[in-house]
Structures are given as C-alpha cells and as structure tokens.
Ligand binder design. Sequence first.
Ligand SMILES: [Fe+2]
Ligand SMILES: [Fe+2]
Length: 475
Amino acid sequence: MTAINYTDKIPNNVNLSEDKTLQRALEHWQPNYINWWKDMGPEGSNDYDVYLRTAVSVDPQGWANFGHVKMPDYRWGIFMNQREEGRTVNFGEHKGEAAWQDVPGEHRANLRRIIVTQGDTEPASVEQQRHLGLTAPSQYDLRNLFQINVEEGRHLWAMVYLLHKHFGRDGREEAEALLERRSGDEDNPRILGAFNEKTPDWLAFFMFTYFTDRDGKFQLCALAESGFDPLARTTKFMLTEEAHHMFVGESGISRVIARTCEVMNQLKTDDPAKIRAAGVVDLPTLQRYLNFHFSVTIDLFGADESSNAAIFYNSGLKGRFEETKRDDDHRLHGRSYTVLGVRDGKLIEREVPMLNALNEVLRDDYIRDSIAGVNRWNKVIEKAGIPTRLVAPHKAFNRKIGTLAGVKVSPDGRVVSEGEWAQQASQWLPSAEDRAFVSSLMGRVVEPGKFANWIAPPPIGINKQAPDFEYIRFS
Ligand SMILES: [Fe+2]
Ligand SMILES: [Fe+2]
C-alpha cells in the first residue's frame, strides 16, 4: 500500500485503477492541469531538465529518488499516508466515533469549502512565483524554486483527488475552477488575500516560503487531525513536502543575512547606503520585508473570533495544531481564550469562548513557531559580531482581517494615529524604493557553482551534490 504505482497514467497509491469512473474523470482533468502548468507555471522553463525529487513511496525514505526531468513531465500523482486501523474522530461532538471514510452528509458543504480553500492556495503560489526563475541567484536556488513549484502542483492534485472522489459533480466543478482562478486577477482572483499578493523578488520569495508556507504547515497540521480520514491521510503526506519549502525560506534568509554581515564587517559599517552600494541587502530592509510577510501571513488564519472555526471544530472537520498531543477534553465547551481588542485607543486583552477563538489559537501556535526561526536568523547576525537583531512585529501590526483590521499599530505594539502611521510606514514596511533596490540586485546567475553577490552559497548541496553540480540543464 505504501509503494506508489507509476505504471498508471496518474501515479498513485490509492488503487485508482479499481475505480474506472474516478480514474477517467481524473484523466480528463489531467490535460487541463498540464495546460494550466504550461500557461501559469514557471516562465520559460518547459524545456529545462531539472534535478527534482519524486516520491517513490510515502515512507520517510520515499523521497530518495532524484533525477533530471522536464517539469511538464513530472509525475504528479495521488499519494496518501497509510490508513491507521481503528482511528477515531479525536475532537468535537463526534469524539470517539470511528473516523469517517466517506463524507458525512451534514458536513459536506463545510468540508468542500475547507478542501477548496486549501486547494486554491497551491496553484496560487505557483502563479505568484512564475517570474522568479528569470532572476535566480544560482542554479541551486533555481532548482529549489522549481522543486517547490512542482510540489505545490502536487498539492493541488491531492485536493482535486478528494474533490473528485468524494464530492461528485460539484467536486468536479470545483476542480475545474481551481484551474481557472488566477493569483491577482481582478475578475477571478484566488480565494485568500496573501495569495493575490505579488512575489516580485527572491527576498520576497524566501520570506514567503518561510512565513506563508509555514501557514501551510499549520493549516495542514490542523487538517491532518480531521475526522474525515482521507483528508487526514492526504495532508499528512503533504506535510513532508511542506518541510522542504520552509527549509528553502529559512536557509535562504540565513544566507542573505550571512552575506550582508560579511560585507558589513569588511566595510566596518552599518550605514544602509554604504551596504546597498556594495550590492547586498541592508538589515533594515530585511526587517521591513519580514514585517510585511509576517503580518500578511497571520491574516491567513482568519478572524480572531469566528463561528465557522467553532463549527469546523465541533463537527470534527478541523482540529488544533497537535490536537491529539493536548491534554484537555478536546471538546472545549466552557473554556475561554485571550484575544486582542482595542478600547479607548489602547490594545486590550479580552476573554472569549475558546471554540470561537480557534483561529487565534492556531495563529498563536504559528507565531511561536515563526519566532523560533527568527531567533535562528539572529544567531547568524550574532556570530558575525553585529549587534542588530531582527524581530517579529506585534501581532496587531498591519492587520487587515478581524478585530484588529483598521487600527493602526506600530511594529512594537503601540496604537498610533493615522498621521504617525503615514509618517512611519516607510520605516515599517517595504517602500517602493526598497522594492526597487532589491529588484536592482536581482540578476540571473546560471553558471554551475556561481552565486549572486547578495547571497552566500549554501553549506551543502541538494542530495549532497558538489557545489558546481549542474542542477538545471538549460536547452
Ligand atoms: Fe502546498
Ligand atoms: Fe508549500
């Protein structure tokens, strides 16, 4: 069951050939997917041979398969973790019942909405990143970008399989619509705000894969607890792919910091103008990018008080992060949680029923995990003997969703006037000038083993390849 069948047209470990109707429906969707990839996938890359990993099984060792492939020929398929015998619904009002193998009728609309919303983010990020290949700082980085892109495509497959298998005709319609929406499109945008933002440069890409793919991790972890067993098994396998995306972001930013610090020490300066003149990203600009990506990403968790979040939890559809490791009744009635509000121009703490605050619970878990990585970046700065430290902004900063939307809060958590915001915004968020500067650094470096000036080489190659390994064969 864990081995993946690669002889079918659609690789899978779900015995797809035993369900001819489903197989035909997915084989009908497949060419539409490939057309989408060719239109909206990485620009100009269709003929490159790219050193990619493909899953050969869903075991931990199943990722060991690396080889050069042209991306449109990548074997996208349907992979699920093995079924756990005797698994139960672990939270909400159905707690203790056997986990569902089919969609319970009463939860059908909510489940479909959860799956479509998750599915929509996958092609969205490929679209957001499609121009980045033109300015890659090295072959190594270009390969990592492409690996992420094919895996986000694979995640779309994962959600489309669930829609086709469990939601009949409206599932098939939703699967088509996933190929029709476009990131940033005025008439037919992607569902969630952050997935309609541009990812214009590689600094934004690394921040996105650090912060926004980590949102992916937390959403997938919450869905991996689902009482709907096929969703739990699917998202568990997706998490193994997500880990690589976050690695690309975290190590990417580490390498940018390492290079910047090296130049700061060579020039013995912390003057951003001099650091920029040397062709690297100054730390204040990095901090502003961090502020932007952090704040935009925490909005993805939704409103701080949400009756939908309560319904999803009560119904056993979406759990908390590490639900089964928590030591409570997993029903949460009568429990409360602290969320932020504003009173008389000041941030205040409010107690609300925990069931309604589950978006906030997940957001806070996410924030803890994010800050741990920011501290690892600070170690790189510390090691270089530089006193500056990066900080995650206050969770009320620059929010567009929930109670905090519309209040102006500084990165250190002070409610500020419209006037102060207008005056300071360019110190807190990337300005047009910052973005123009970062974009001026982005030149394409494609010679094996060479790296753009603004980023340090990685300590080790992908799959332990030598520094000058040819990750991409251009043609
Ligand atoms: Fe994904
Ligand atoms: Fe991802």
